[in-house]
Design a protein around this ligand. Structure first.
Ligand SMILES: O=C(O)CCC(=O)C(=O)O
Ligand SMILES: [Fe+2]
Length: 351
């Protein structure tokens, strides 16, 4: 049982693949408790090989070690609306009132060509990946195959977790299958430089307090800590300890809405004051963009109205993205407006 003040527990997911009914029931019960508590847990005993986790993490570091110019060769500019490629430091503000975030990212997803109906119809995060050229990265083919293999295996694990989530709601294991068919998921390699000692403590974030937009997130952390989950009862931030081989799993806003707020999409953030570089790789599983999400069975009392109306996965998730990037843009505009008169005054002084 998870209680107030407890960090997300580590659950052995191998029970899902075993024939041990008691162990499987315990896993389902534990996952249900976590979903009701704060929607966060860690899993070991899954089928994603440790070696693959290590190889993608090595690529994560190698990618961010490239020069800024090389990273910008796959920059996610305004023409790339499908969210792939490199994102500069300080591009996002997830926590209103804090500074642009000390993280840089590289977005990868399913390899979707411009002829694919998802691209043509501008479905959520759907389009071709942006890979560095071989002149930038001579073994880019290994980067590609490692990333796409990792992505596919984590998406498959996400589908297994959805089966467990179905069981937690006393639904058939296959309940989420239609939603998971043709699902969109986005993987984001992240690098958090250590926060400079002179940066304002209260305002500096690797990633500001936020909840995730999609259905479930599976996160791989490297060795450096920094991820924290907010505990509403104790009003404290709980550290999510990096655990070798484990994935941190958390529910996103779509799952919370879908469950009529029975299951929780919880606030979390990253602050890296370790003095070391921090790396992580979340995979955000959204679902089939056209699937209509409407109060799950067993999530409201008989006769009670659902809190939310039906919505497509596409509409639910894309709304949240626009909001968070809009905030960083607005901050930069305001800063530029504030600095402009100062710059002009300096010019006058020099003249
Ligand atoms: O890097 C982490 O540990 C967390 C990342 C995260 O919360 C996110 O990208 O939504
Ligand atoms: Fe997150």
């Amino acid at each position: 049982m998870v209680s107030a003040g407890d960090a997300p527990p580590i659950l052995d997911f191998s029970a899902f693949y075993s024939n041990d009914a008691a162990a499987k029931k315990k896993l389902v019960d534990d996952v249900r408790n976590c979903c009701l508590h704060n929607g966060f847990f860690q899993i070991t005993g899954h089928n994603v090989p440790l070696d693959l986790q290590q190889r993608i993490m090595t690529w994560n570091k190698r990618f961010f070690d490239l020069s800024l110019e090389d990273k910008m060769s796959v920059g996610k500019d305004t023409t790339n609306t499908w969210n792939r490629g490199y994102e500069l430091l300080k591009s996002q503000i997830l926590e209103p009132g804090t500074l642009p975030e000390l993280k840089e990212g590289f977005y990868i997803g399913d390899e979707i060509s411009k002829a694919h109906p998802y691209f043509i119809h501008k479905k959520l995060n759907s389009g071709p990946n942006m890979w560095p050229s071989s002149s930038v990265l001579s073994d880019v083919e290994d980067f590609k195959s490692t990333a796409l293999d990792y992505y596919a295996q984590v998406v498959s694990l996400a589908k297994d977790i959805l089966k467990v989530l179905a069981l937690t709601l006393d639904l058939e294991e296959r309940w989420f299958d239609d939603f998971a068919e043709g699902a969109v998921a986005t993987m984001r390699m992240l690098h958090y430089p250590s926060q400079p000692p002179d940066s304002p403590q209260k305002l500096t974030r690797g990633i500001g307090a936020h909840t995730d937009f999609g259905t479930i997130t599976l996160l791989l952390q490297d060795k450096v800590a920094g991820l924290q989950v907010y505990d509403y009862q104790t009003k404290e931030w709980l550290d999510v300890q990096p655990t070798p081989g484990a994935f941190v799993v958390n529910l996103g806003n779509l799952m919370m809405r879908w469950s009529n707020d029975k299951y929780i999409s919880n606030l979390h953030r990253v602050i890296n004051q370790s003095g070391e570089q921090r790396y992580s790789i979340p995979v955000f599983f959204s679902g089939n963009p056209d699937y209509v999400v409407e109060c799950l069975p067993n999530c409201r009392r008989e006769g009670e109205e659902p809190k939310y109306g039906p919505i497509t996965v596409q509409d639910a998730v894309s709304g949240s993205y626009k909001e968070s990037y809009g905030r960083a843009e607005q901050y930069k505009r305001e800063l530029a407006a504030k600095e402009a008169p100062v710059a002009q005054a300096k010019e006058v002084a020099v003249a």
